[in-house]
Design a protein. Structure first.
Length: 333
């Protein structure tokens, strides 16, 4: 009995000591946790303060520095290098050169469908504030720009946006590399003033005008086609299907160019007898083999003439020129 009592007494004594020890350690643990929390908060505040300071400093740099494009290369052709580098200069507000400044050149690097992806190159200005950028070989046709701006202190989105907003721009132009006889199906749907499709009697004035513009640009493989229902529905998959059916295995044709030309408003006639017509048009292009949409754009033109027939023809011809220009910087192989 005494042995059992001794064991119980020892156990209760151990529990009492343990409880007392825990009571003494709890405040110490809480104090340590509070120290850690305080340290973490100080680090966050310090980081926030540093970020704010960095942002303000960079904002000041953007305000006090001006980057200008001294020269840029001429247009090239997809698959051929640019003939010369881009040259820029960075100066202060009072015209003093900014030496040894890191500059970012943001340039078109790849293209998927109609979307161009950009990459960055880092430049450093010389003692006179000049820097040069040799753009990589353009493997695709596009009409885009190169941006030049001071390198942000970090990749924080806000700093990058600030830099881009203050960037100097230079044109990046790579024209189509299609062979003169590459097959291109052209189907542009014209609409009447009441909004209905203008079909019948072989009436395709906008398609004929665009085909003529492509021929003048050297793309002699352009040929008219008629997919008006699928184009009216603005359905690239249907348009491609129509093209495949019409071609029936003919692999010479690589692209379908399609679009719609509508009256943006009614034709008007002023007191001097001049008619005015405004057209709105949308244009698309797709790769027949893959179905990939390479271009989707919209244009608006206005023409004025004393002949109602001629004012319509002039508007259609002007729309065709704008469409052709877009295609010359969109189609490539």
């Amino acid at each position: 009995m005494k042995k059992v009592f001794a064991i119980l007494f020892a156990a209760s004594l151990f529990l009492c000591v343990s409880c007392e020890s825990t009571k003494q350690q709890a405040p110490e643990a809480e104090e340590q946790a509070e120290v850690v929390r305080a340290s973490t908060e100080r680090k966050k505040e310090s980081a926030s303060s540093a970020a704010s300071s960095s942002k303000n400093q960079f904002k000041k740099v953007l305000q006090e520095m001006k980057i200008s494009v001294v020269s840029s290369p001429k247009d090239t052709v997809a698959g051929k290098p640019f003939s010369s580098p881009y040259k820029i200069q960075a100066v202060t507000a009072d015209g003093q050169p900014c030496a040894a400044i890191k500059i970012i050149a943001e340039y078109p690097a790849s293209k998927k469908g109609e979307s161009v992806a950009f990459e960055n190159a880092s430049l450093v200005t010389d003692q006179n504030g000049f820097a040069e950028f040799s753009a990589p070989l353009p493997a695709f046709a596009a009409k885009s720009n190169v941006l030049f701006y001071p390198e942000p202190p970090s990749s924080a989105p806000e700093l990058v946006r600030m830099a881009s907003a203050a960037a100097a721009e230079a044109p990046w132009r790579a024209r189509t590399n299609l062979g003169n006889h590459t097959g291109i199906l052209v189907s542009i749907v014209d609409y009447r003033q009441n909004g209905t499709i203008n079909i019948g009697n072989g009436s395709q004035p906008s398609a004929q005008a665009l085909t003529g513009s492509l021929w003048k640009a050297g793309l002699m493989g352009a040929q008219n086609a008629d997919f008006h229902n699928s184009i009216d529905a603005d359905d690239p998959a249907r348009i491609r299907s129509d093209a495949l059916k019409q071609l029936n295995g003919n692999s010479l044709f690589k692209f379908v160019v399609y679009g719609r030309v509508k009256y943006a408003s009614e034709i008007t006639k002023d007191d001097d007898g001049f008619y005015t017509a405004t057209f709105s048009g949308d244009l698309g292009a797709l790769n027949i083999a893959t179905g990939e949409v390479l271009l989707k754009t919209s244009k608006t033109v206005t023409a004025k003439d004393k002949s109602e027939w001629k004012v319509l023809s002039n508007a259609q011809q002007e729309m065709a020129k704008l469409f052709c220009e877009e295609l010359l910087y969109s189609l490539y192989q």
